[in-house]
Ligand binder design. Structure first.
Ligand code: SAM
Length: 281
């Protein structure tokens, strides 16, 4: 018998908990063990890894992670699911010491009892981007990961400059990591079946681009650059600088370009000009 959860058991657990999956919490559970194993494999989870999972739900992916990682830290907002998870793991023969369940809103987390090395999650759809950004910012020990998100979001996260999908989330996530699409996931492997498609995104953390002051300056430039996509940079960042055109040229950026043409390296350079500008005010 597989160690992992199947469709029948997932429904039984939900019934036992009197759980009606809600849209508000993005509760679409993966009922296919092969997909869970595939995700864990894509993230190259090894016996030395401490995996962080956001929104473990009934535990499909959690059990697949427990098969490979030394420890799994799972953050779940729903009390019933959080309380049930260690029981399900034990029923499937996993050592309870390997699983740490944190019954909290992932958006409120600012520390963890261990340092995770890999993030693997089927993210709640309404907070997928902020959660990913927060986890990358809060836990520098995470060096890679695979997340499942709505396909539209996946394409935005993995977009390259000069494409219509490229935007503020892409530029921001690129502050920490390089991302790539890692395949789409059929709707039929979820219960309940969602009305949007999902895709996997794989990421690898790269060397830090700058410190926290640099990041804050860079992100304020990114926010302005994408607030009105059609604006040229010289007008988009004019609220930040006395002489935006001069500052952009000093950053090595053509002032007539739009934000969508700039990679994170260029945003960083403009951020450096902003720090300089603000320090001489
Ligand atoms: N990982 C499970 C799976 O693949 O079957 C469930 C994924 S489901 C898409 C999202 C899960 O995130 C649900 O269990 C939901 O209760 C949980 N969730 C929603 N919002 C959350 C939040 N703010 N913090 C932590 N968990 C959250």
């Amino acid at each position: 018998m597989s160690n992992l959860l199947g469709a029948v058991e997932i429904r039984e657990i939900a019934e036992q908990l009197n759980l009606k999956p809600t849209k508000k919490l993005g509760q679409n559970f993966v009922v296919d063990a092969n997909t869970c194993r595939k995700i864990v494999k894509l993230a190259v989870v090894q016996s030395t890894d401490i995996a962080l999972e956001i929104g473990p739900g009934v535990g499909s992916l959690t059990l697949a992670l427990l098969e490979k990682a030394i420890q799994v830290v799972a953050v779940e907002i729903d009390d019933r699911l959080a309380n049930q998870l260690p029981i399900t793991a034990a029923n499937h023969g996993f050592d309870s010491k390997k699983l740490v369940v944190i019954n909290q809103d992932a958006m409120q987390i600012n520390k963890l009892p261990v340092e995770p090395t890999v993030l693997v999650a089927n993210l709640p759809y309404n907070i997928s981007v902020p959660v990913l950004l927060n986890m990358l910012q809060l836990f520098p020990s995470i060096d890679r990961g695979v997340v499942m998100v709505q396909s539209e979001v996946a394409h935005r996260l993995a977009a390259k400059p000069n494409s219509k999908e490229y935007g503020s989330p892409t530029a921001k996530v690129n502050w920490w990591a390089d991302l790539e699409l890692a395949g789409s996931v059929s709707r039929s492997i979820f219960w309940p079946i969602p009305n949007v498609d999902s895709s996997l995104v794989k990421f690898v953390r790269h060397k830090p681009i700058g410190n926290e002051q640099d990041r804050i300056a860079t992100f304020s430039v990114i926010d302005k650059a994408f607030a009105k996509r059609r604006k040229m940079m010289r007008s988009a960042v004019s609220v930040l600088f006395n002489d935006a055109e001069e500052s952009l040229i000093a950053a090595g950026v053509d002032p007539t370009l739009r934000g969508e043409a700039l990679d994170i390296g260029k945003f960083y350079q403009i951020g450096q000009q902003l720090i300089k500008h603000n320090s001489t005010k």
